[in-house]
Design a protein around this ligand. Structure first.
Ligand SMILES: *Cc1c(COP(=O)(O)O)cnc(C)c1O
Length: 469
């Protein structure tokens, strides 16, 4: 839900689009009195949507923008399918169940055929469910020991905003290890400093939003094993594999990050990111059935049939889950591997080329993490432009390449990031590089009169925070 301010909406240029099809006033702020011809309404909305950005040039988003015709067809055929209505749509429910077990297999659950998991609207909902399970399990352990359950905390590195939400909404103290100097990720040493008897778990991110790098799950797991041997504290890991959950199994199969590590009790991933499903699907899985506390599961019988559910939402569209299943069958490990390898290679290619421009230092070159890259200015103080200026000029040319500042304690570090998704081609990379060169030449001859800064960007445009997407 976007919280829109009506005055702001009135001022926003996108709402001043004239349409010769429907009267402007009636389509904006006032609930219509009369019905309209469907074709007229369709054309009006269609015309408005043309002014949206071109998703192929959106290098900010993690979400898939590649949709096969068969996926469109399946989405069309399942527009009326409600995921919660498992009694009415048993085939859709069976497909969801198969996806859970295929993912459990892909992520090496020792009980792939019987473990538990669910689809969600995305990784955010999946993170809430993962966090709740950690909190419930911790509380059960503490009660068993006759100890206080007043002050649960969750340890993490630079996380996506969904973990801030989880901690605030569900009353858990957030212990976020800040970035320091060149350390932009969570490390085992930092984890050990923050863990105590009230720690419900450690969230390790496989593909950090800000820099695209993987956090060292295996190393953190080993450190927590050692902590347990020394102190008796048994602290579980939840892996936020929003992106990495659909990358590592295909292109870094030797990397230990999943249920092969017994301490990894739950994993979330976004089907609609590198899972390549249409928007609106995520996954949450537990290592073994008993890792999900049964108290969190609701039995619902009023749709006919007794159905266990674990979700924040009730009604949800079934189409994207059906299409996720289509992708699993259509691509298999081979197809996913091919696609993700190609995306990674394009990321490395762009990293090399962008380094050659001169003013930039590559922070992540596409090697070992999410397909893509990020960079900073080598010398931000003496540069006659900022990365915000660079992003702004590229945007005028249709390319969305966000610039943003890092979270604490590296707010001083401004970087720019590109995600490479399926559908981005070598030709497009070439065109982007040409546009980048043109902008850099412009800066060389006509530097911006006033350099854009973080606060200026926020005040002057309606630019959204792209770092979190
Ligand atoms: C995108 C992302 C999320 C949120 O996922 P949605 O599917 O957009 O809800 C959470 N964590 C990480 C690491 C992400 O990249």
């Amino acid at each position: 839900m976007a919280l829109h301010d009506t005055e702001e909406l009135k001022a926003a240029p996108s709402n001043q689009v004239e349409s010769d099809v429907l009267d402007h006033e009636t389509q904006t702020y006032v609930f219509p009195e009369q019905r309209q011809n469907p074709q007229t309404v369709y054309q009006t909305i269609h015309d408005q949507l043309i002014l949206d950005g071109n998703s192929q040039q959106n290098l900010a988003t993690f979400c898939t923008t590649w949709i096969e015709p068969e996926v469109k067809q399946l989405m069309d055929e399942s527009a009326d399918k409600n995921m919660i209505d498992k009694d009415e749509y048993p085939q859709t429910a069976a497909i969801e169940e198969r996806c859970v077990h295929m993912l459990a297999d892909l992520w090496n659950s020792p009980e792939a055929a019987s473990t538990i998991g669910c689809s969600t609207t995305g990784s955010s909902e999946a993170a809430m469910l993962g966090g709740l399970a950690l909190k419930w399990n911790w509380r059960k352990r503490r009660r068993g020991q006759g100890k206080s359950t007043d002050a649960p905390n969750l340890v993490m590195g630079p996380v996506q905003v969904c973990w801030h939400k989880f901690c605030r909404y569900f009353d858990v103290e957030i212990r976020e290890v800040p970035m320091e100097g060149d350390r932009l990720l969570l490390t085992s040493q930092e984890v050990l400093k923050l863990c105590d008897e009230n720690t419900i778990g450690v969230v390790v991110t496989l593909g950090v939003t800000f820099t695209l790098q993987y956090e060292p799950v295996h190393e953190i797991s080993l450190a927590l094993d050692k902590l347990q041997a020394e102190t008796g504290l048994d602290i579980p890991i939840h892996v936020d594999g929003a992106s990495g959950g659909f990358l590592a199994p295909f292109i870094q199969p030797e990397l230990l990050w999943d249920f092969r590590l017994p301490r990894v009790k739950s994993i979330n991933a976004s089907g609609h990111k590198f899972g390549l499903a249409p928007l609106g699907v995520g996954w949450a899985l537990w290592r073994e059935k008993h890792d999900l506390p049964s108290e969190l599961i609701f039995e619902v019988n009023y749709l006919g049939g007794n159905m266990p559910t674990f979700a924040l939402n009730f009604s949800r569209p079934g189409g994207e889950i059906i299409c996720q299943y289509y992708n699993f069958l259509r691509l298999g490990k081979e197809g996913y591997r091919e696609i993700q390898i190609e995306c990674s290679a394009l990321g490395r290619y762009l990293a090399d080329k962008i380094a050659e421009f001169g003013p930039f230092r590559i922070i992540y070159n596409g090697e070992g993490g999410i397909p893509g890259l990020c960079w900073e200015l080598k010398d931000p103080t003496s540069s006659n432009f900022t990365l915000y200026d660079f992003a702004d000029r590229l945007r005028e040319r249709g390319w969305l390449v966000p610039a943003y500042s890092m979270p604490p304690n590296r707010e001083d570090l401004v970087i720019q990031r590109i995600l490479i998704r399926h559908g981005f081609t070598l030709e497009m990379a070439g065109e982007l590089l040409v546009q980048m060169q043109i902008v850099l030449d412009e800066f060389a001859h006509h530097p911006p009169a006033e350099r854009l800064t973080d606060s200026l960007v926020g005040a002057e445009s309606s630019a959204h925070d792209h770092s979190g997407r």
